[in-house]
Write a protein that binds this ligand. Structure first.
Ligand SMILES: Cc1cc2nc3c(=O)[nH]c(=O)nc-3n(C[C@H](O)[C@H](O)[C@H](O)COP(=O)(O)OP(=O)(O)OC[C@H]3O[C@@H](n4cnc5c(N)ncnc54)[C@H](O)[C@@H]3O)c2cc1C
Length: 617
C-alpha cells in the first residue's frame, strides 16, 4: 500500500456505536429540558443528546409561565443564575391590546389562584371549590364600583397589580419615613420571566455538560427498525450510530423520530385555529434600559402581533393566516413594529406551521417532546409548560412502559389528551373575539370548535371550570396566606388552572359576574360581608402617592440580590391591613427600594421568610 492510500484509510473514521439508556435527538430548549429532567430523576442512567449543526434551533419562544419556575426547581437550577445568564426580565402579565374589540385592553397574570374565601370568623382563609370569589373582576361588578372612580390598576386589570414600569407607589413605612415600592410587587404570585431563547440554550447546554449528559454534534440521517415491533433499534448519524432502548424526539417541527420514523399521525387543527404562518424578528428595546415586564399582544385586523422584551432586545412577531394576510400588509405590520421583513438575516420572515398535535405523543419507543409533539399557536407561551408536563408523566410511567409498553402507551396518551384539551380550550377561546374583520369573524364563526368547547362555554358563563374532569385541573388550593399558590398547580398535570380560565373568561367578557357571585353567596352567605370588607381594605388609599421605579433598577436588583442575598438588608413591611412580609432593601442613586424577590428568583431555602408573603388578590 503506498503512502497516500494509507492516509485515506486512516481518515475514514470508523463509526462508533454509542449506547445510551436514553437517547435524545434535538438540542433546542425541549431537548435540553428533557436531558435535565431525565438526569435528575434517573441519575444512574446514561443520557445522550444529539443535535445537528445543520439544523438550527428555532430560537423563538421567550416567554414563560409558572412552569418555568417549577422546572428550575425540579432540576435544581438556581433561578437567579438562569435569570442572569439568559438576559431575562421579570414577566408579570400578558396585555391583550385591541383584542376583544378595538380600544379595549385587558391584562391577565395567568394566575393559578382560585379558591380563597374567608372562613366564618374571617380570621383565616379556607377554600371552596369556587373560582376566586374575591377576584377584582367580579367584586367590582358586584359592588357596582364605578371604574372611573377606582384607581386605575384595580379597575383595568384582571390581576390586582399593575405592570407598567413607570408606575409605582409610595407609602408610609410603619417604622417611619417613606418608602418607594414598585406596584409590580402586588403581583407577587406572577414572578415569571422573559428570556433570550439562544442564551437559554447556551445555559442549559452548559448545565447538561456539567451534569454528565453526553452532548454530541451530529446529524441523524438514517435508522434501523425492529422488524417485529417497529421500534427504533438504532439511529445513524453522519459521524456515529446511536443505540438506545428509548428515544426522545426533540427535533422541533420536523418531528423526525415520532412523525417520520415511527409514524405517529398528526391531528390537524388547521380548521380550529385559522393561522398558519409566523414572522419573528428582533428589535432594540423600546424603553431602553427599562424593558417592559409583561408580554404585549395586539389584535390587528388581519392578524395578531406580540412583543416580548428581554433585558437586551425586543422579540417581536406576527401570527397570521396566509388566507387573510397579504404580503404588503405583513410588511407594514413588521415595519410598524420597528422591523424589516426583507432583512435576509432573519430566518423567520414567513415561517409556515400547522396547528397540530401528534395523536400519540408516546409511540413505540419514542416520546415526542416540545414542538415535535404538539403546537397549536404561541399566544400564551404554552410549550415549555407542556414539555414539563410531558416529562413529569413520562418519568412516572417509564417503569411501567418497560414491562407493558403497549398498555402504558395508551395510558400515557389518554392522560396527555386531557392536557391537550386543557390547552386547546384556553387558546381556542381567545380567538372568539367581538371583532368583525374577515380574519376574526372567521375565527369566531367559521372555524371549528373541537372537544365540545361550545357547550362548555355555555356553562362556564355562569360557573367557570374548576373540577378536574372539566379541564383536567385539580383545584388550585391555597391554604392560608403566603404560600406560593402556583405550586398548587403541581398537583395537576394540566397547564391552565381554574384561576387562569377565570381570568380568560372575564377578559373575553364571557362571564356573568352577578350570576357567579350569587351562586357563591347562596352557598356561603357570610362571604358577602367578607368580600365587601376586602374590597374596601384593598382599595388604594388616598394617601398613596404614585412615584416611579424604573424596571432597569428592578431587574438589576433581582440580579444582584439573587447573586448575593446575604449582602442585602431585609425589611419587614406591613401593607394595608395585610400580614407583614419581608423584602430586600435595594439602594440605587440614594433611593431605597424594597424588592419582593424571594418567591421565585432566589434559590429555595435562601429566604426563610418566603412563607410570609401575603395573599393579595
Ligand atoms: C412563533 C413562536 C413563538 C413561541 N413562543 C413561545 C413562548 O413564548 N413560550 C414557550 O414556552 N414556547 C414558545 N414557542 C415554542 C418554543 O419556540 C419551543 O418550545 C422552543 O423553542 C423549543 O423548541 P424545540 O426544542 O422543540 O425545537 P427546536 O428549537 O427547533 O430544536 C430542534 C432541534 O432538533 C435538532 N435536529 C433537527 N433535525 C435533526 C437531525 N436530523 N439530527 C440531529 N438533530 C436534529 C436541531 O439541531 C435542534 O437542535 C413558540 C413557538 C413559535 C413557533
Amino acid at each position: 500500500m503506498n503512502g497516500s492510500k494509507r492516509r485515506k484509510v486512516n481518515l475514514q473514521r470508523q463509526q462508533n456505536n454509542m449506547k445510551y439508556d436514553f437517547c435524545i435527538v434535538g438540542g433546542g430548549v425541549s431537548g435540553l429540558m428533557t436531558a435535565l429532567v431525565l438526569q435528575k430523576y434517573f441519575p444512574l442512567k446514561k443520557i445522550g443528546l444529539i443535535y445537528s449543526p445543520l439544523h438550527k434551533e428555532i430560537g423563538v419562544g421567550e416567554s414563560t409561565n409558572i412552569s418555568w419556575q417549577q422546572f428550575l426547581e425540579i432540576v435544581d437550577i438556581d433561578p437567579g443564575e438562569a435569570f442572569r445568564y439568559c438576559d431575562a426580565t421579570p414577566k408579570y402579565a400578558v396585555k391583550q391590546i385591541n383584542w376583544l374589540r378595538d380600544n379595549h385592553t385587558w391584562t391577565h397574570s395567568l394566575s393559578t389562584k382560585t379558591d380563597i374565601v374567608f372562613t366564618d370568623d374571617n380570621t383565616t382563609k379556607s377554600f371552596l371549590p369556587l373560582p376566586d370569589p374575591s377576584h377584582y373582576w367580579s367584586k367590582r361588578q358586584w359592588m357596582n364600583i364605578d371604574p372611573e372612580e377606582e384607581i386605575k390598576f384595580l379597575e383595568k386589570f384582571s390581576c390586582p397589580g399593575h405592570t407598567h414600569p413607570q408606575d409605582a407607589f409610595e407609602f408610609s413605612d410603619p417604622a417611619g419615613g417613606h418608602i418607594q415600592r414598585p406596584l409590580t410587587e402586588l403581583l407577587f404570585d406572577s414572578w415569571l420571566c422573559n428570556f433570550d431563547n439562544f442564551k437559554a440554550i447556551d445555559f442549559f447546554r452548559k448545565v447538561c455538560k456539567e451534569r454528565g449528559v453526553d452532548i454530541v454534534e451530529d446529524t441523524i440521517i438514517d435508522h434501523t427498525l425492529n422488524a417485529n415491533t417497529g421500534y427504533i433499534e438504532s439511529l445513524k448519524g453522519e459521524k456515529d450510530s446511536y443505540i438506545s432502548p428509548f428515544y426522545f424526539d426533540c427535533t422541533g417541527f420536523k418531528s423526525l423520530l415520532l412523525g417520520e420514523i415511527v409514524g405517529s399521525k398528526r391531528t390537524d387543527f388547521s380548521d380550529d385555529f385559522l393561522v398558519n404562518q409566523f414572522t419573528a424578528f428582533p428589535t432594540p428595546l423600546l424603553n431602553s434600559p427599562n424593558s417592559a415586564i409583561w408580554v404585549e399582544t395586539e389584535g390587528k385586523d388581519d392578524c395578531w402581533t406580540w412583543r416580548i422584551e428581554t433585558a437586551g432586545r425586543g422579540g417581536n412577531g406576527v401570527l397570521a393566516s396566509s388566507e387573510f394576510m397579504t404580503d404588503e400588509s405583513l410588511e407594514n405590520h413588521v415595519k410598524e413594529m420597528g422591523g424589516d421583513i426583507n432583512d435576509p438575516r432573519n430566518p423567520h420572515r414567513k415561517h409556515p406551521f400547522i396547528p397540530n398535535y401528534r395523536e400519540r405523543g408516546l409511540h413505540k419507543n419514542v416520546l415526542g417532546v416540545g414542538l415535535s409533539g404538539a403546537f397549536f399557536e404561541p399566544l400564551q407561551a404554552t410549550t415549555f409548560g407542556y414539555v414539563l408536563r410531558q416529562l413529569i408523566l413520562f418519568i412516572h410511567t417509564y417503569n411501567a412502559w418497560t414491562k407493558e409498553p403497549e398498555a402504558t402507551e395508551k395510558y400515557y396518551n389518554d392522560i396527555q389528551l386531557d392536557n391537550i384539551k386543557n390547552i386547546y380550550y384556553f387558546l381556542r377561546t381567545q380567538y372568539i373575539t367581538q371583532k368583525n374583520t374577515p380574519f376574526w369573524k372567521a375565527q369566531r364563526e367559521e372555524a371549528k370548535y373541537s372537544f365540545d368547547l361550545k357547550e362548555k362555554l355555555k356553562v362556564w358563563k355562569y360557573r367557570p371550570p374548576f373540577y378536574s374532569n372539566e379541564i383536567n385541573a385539580t383545584l388550585g388550593i391555597t391554604m392560608g396566606c403566603g404560600s406560593l399558590t402556583e405550586l398548587s398547580s403541581l398537583r395537576s398535570l394540566s397547564f391552565f388552572q381554574p384561576g387562569s380560565f377565570y381570568q380568560l373568561l372575564c377578559g373575553m367578557e364571557m362571564i356573568d359576574h352577578d350570576a357567579m357571585l350569587k351562586y357563591q353567596l347562596d352557598m356561603k352567605p357570610q362571604i358577602n360581608e367578607a368580600i365587601r370588607r376586602e374590597v374596601i381594605e384593598n382599595r388604594i388609599p388616598s394617601w398613596l402617592n404614585t412615584s416611579q421605579i424604573p424596571t432597569s433598577i428592578f431587574r438589576e436588583a433581582i440580579k444582584d440580590i439573587s447573586a448575593n442575598p446575604e449582602k442585602f438588608e431585609k425589611r419587614k413591611v406591613k401593607f394595608v391591613g395585610l400580614p407583614t412580609w419581608t423584602d430586600y432593601e435595594y439602594v440605587s442613586n440614594g433611593v431605597s427600594y424594597l424588592i419582593p424577590i424571594h418567591a421565585i428568583f432566589l434559590r429555595k431555602g435562601v429566604d426563610a421568610t418566603q412563607s410570609t408573603r401575603p395573599a393579595l388578590m
